[in-house]
Every structure is written in C-alpha cells, then in structure tokens.
Design a protein around this ligand. Structure first.
Ligand SMILES: *Cc1c(COP(=O)(O)O)cnc(C)c1O
Length: 362
C-alpha cells in the first residue's frame, strides 16, 4: 500500500479498554455477569443529571453552546476559580490530548510515571514527543526520580493523583518540594479523576496552586463520582494563559449539549455524590476485611479501585473469574503480571467477587 502513517503514529499501541459486558458475555457464552473492570460508578448515573439530560433532549436540533457558559460558570463557582481558568473536554481524555497537541513539538520530552493512565503515553506519542518513563517506587509516583529526569527538552510532566492503577497519592510535603524545582517552561498536569474518593488528608490537590506562579493543570471528570462515563465530559482547571492556548485548538462543540446539561445538574446532586463516596468507603473496608480473612494480599487505596496480588498469572485469573461472570482487569499490560485491578461495586457484587476469587485462588 502506498499510504503510510508517520512512524511515530505507527509506533503507538492502541488503548485496550475494558470490554463491554455484552461483548464478553457473547464471547464466553455466559450471562448475568458483573463488571468491576473500569472504575465506573456502580450506582448508575446521577439522577439529577439524568433528569436534566431528558429535558435537554428536545433541543438536539441545535448546536451546543460552544463556550459551555452555564457549566463553566457553575464550575468556576464550585471551585472558586475564574471563568477563564476552565476548559471543558469530551472527557478529561480530550484535555490530555489538547495539551499534548498544543505544547509538544516532535523531539520534546514528556515525563510519565509507569505504570499510570495509558492515555498520557498515547497522546504524547501522537504528538511525536519522546516518552520518558519513570517507574513507580513502592507503587507510588517517584517525584525525586522525575525531577532528576528533567532536561532542556522537557515540556510536560503527567502526575496521576491518586494514581491509576495503584491508588496511591502524592503528599503535600513531597509535592511542595518537587514543584519548587520545576522550571517555568514546563507544565505539570495533575490528573485528579478520583480525587473525590480520597481520605488521606495529607494528599495534595492541584487546585490549591491555581493562583501560584506554577504551570499546573488540574484535570477532573464527571465519569467516576457522578456516574457519567458514557456521557463524555471532563474539564481542566489551569492558568489563563494555558487555557487561552487550549481554546485555540479546542473543537468548538467538543462538549455536547446533553453533556453540558447533565454535568451542570450533576454538580448540584450532593445526595448522589455523598451516597457514592459512602458506598466506596464502606465497601473498601468490607473488601479489606474479607480479603484479610481469606489471606489474599491487596494494596490499600485512596480511590474506588484497588490492586490484588494473586501470586499467579493475572491473565489466567482474569479468564477464570470471567467464566464465573466477574469481570476484572489483569495488570499484565501495566507491568504487573500477577496483579489484578478491581473496582468497587455494589455490596452484592463485591460479595460475588470475593466468592469467585476464593473459587479461583483457594
Ligand atoms: C477514568 C480516568 C479518567 C477519566 O477520563 P474521562 O475521559 O474523563 O472519562 C482520567 N484519568 C484517569 C487516570 C482515569 O482513570
């Protein structure tokens, strides 16, 4: 074939998402399975968001508000930041992509902890940039090693806090020490997709730095705490200069009218927010207890997912669990061939998970 994509694109390994339940059930000839693989909200979507989306349906013949005015205003109040600090994305994934598109030239360097969220690598590679992977240290992001890896060519540093897939967080103290050494021509991206689940009071938050001299971009999403992963809406909070740059390349209607309506309503859904946080915290305690009881090793988390050390092939465990109708994520592709990642489900789902795990491991 004559047509050929550029080398740096051919080099990318496509993101492999957790398969939809329907597809797995068809493949394996099973039914009634539960999905604990993608850190989704097991309670369903925010009811207030659903209601607002229904109301917005009749306006689908019109283009969305290209500036997302109502939602951005609400977010700016919610976080106590300026309107001009906020950029909406078709999921926070899209903000990652806008950042790499806007700020990277081929040969620039991007520092990414490993393992972490795979979209950082994919977006940086699609911009032709050079990945500098920094291994985690005891499952946590190694800020000292990241600092040591900075060169004249470093443009972006991605920090996932809490880190997916390990659930560890960055402390205020270690971040404070880190950020002081970051040159002014580098952007530090703090991906806080799971920030609402954190219980560790010592965890740093990117938003605390919005009025500082540092180039910090904080990413948040409606996909997890608000149960709106299918709607595709997230946002970034950043210094006005960076927001202005991203606005130059942002597709004008990247946040759909349904997404804008649903997200704006979800922000008011305090009841659903609290219910989700309580479920995750209660069920995490229940899972820790249950796993301790049967002597299976796990890593405590600050998020709505956690890692289990299955002490054998995670791919095999994934397969066996699947046959019992429980979908989890093998961590082999993340470099942990004997760990699985499990999302917190409803109480009944978590019990079913424990029973399946016992069958497979004990
Ligand atoms: C789920 C997740 C996101 C959210 O992505 P959306 O595009 O907003 O759905 C972002 N970062 C991490 C680390 C995640 O796990």
């Amino acid at each position: 074939m004559k047509l050929k994509a550029p080398e740096h694109i051919l080099f990318i390994k496509p993101y492999v998402p957790g398969k939809p339940i329907e597809e797995l059930e068809r493949e394996y000839g099973i039914s009634g399975s539960i999905k604990l693989a993608s850190n989704e909200n097991p309670l369903g979507p925010s009811p207030m968001a659903l209601h607002a989306i229904e109301k917005a349906l009749s306006g689908l013949n019109r283009y969305p508000d290209g500036s997302g005015r109502e939602l951005v205003m609400k977010l700016s109040k919610y976080h106590g930041v300026s309107y001009n600090n906020i950029i909406l994305g078709n999921g926070s994934d899209e903000i990652i992509e806008m950042l790499t598109n806007a700020f990277l030239l081929p040969e620039d360097e991007v520092i990414i902890p490993k393992p972490s969220f795979l979209m950082y690598e994919i977006s940086a590679q699609s911009a032709g940039a050079k990945l500098i992977s920094i291994p985690l240290k005891f499952l946590s992001i190694d800020l000292d090693a990241i600092t040591d890896a900075i060169t004249d060519k470093t443009r972006l540093i991605f920090l996932c806090n809490p880190n997916n897939p390990t659930g560890t967080v960055i402390s205020k103290k270690s971040f404070e020490k880190f950020i002081k050494n970051i040159p002014g021509d580098i952007i530090v991206v703090m991906d806080e997709a799971y920030m609402e689940f954190i219980r560790d009071r010592d965890c740093v938050r990117g938003l605390d730095y919005i009025n500082s001299e540092f180039n910090i971009v904080t990413l948040r999403t409606f996909s997890k705490i608000y149960g709106l992963a299918g709607l595709r809406i997230g946002y970034g909070v950043m210094p006005e200069y960076i927001a202005g740059i991203l606005n130059r390349i942002r597709p004008p209607f990247n946040a759909s009218s349904l997404a804008q309506a649903g997200a704006a309503a979800a922000l008011d859904d305090k009841e659903f927010f609290d219910k989700t946080v309580k479920l995750v915290h209660d069920e995490l305690e229940f899972m820790y207890e249950s796993l301790n009881k049967i002597g299976i090793g796990f890593f405590p988390t600050q998020s709505n997912f956690y890692l289990i050390d299955v002490k054998k092939s995670a791919d095999d465990v994934f397969e066996s669990m699947l046959r019992l109708g429980v979908i989890v994520r093998s961590m082999t592709s993340y470099g942990y061939p004997e760990y699985i990642r499990v999302s917190i489900g409803l109480h009944e789902e978590n019990i079913r998970f424990i029973n399946a795990l016992k069958k497979v491991l004990l």
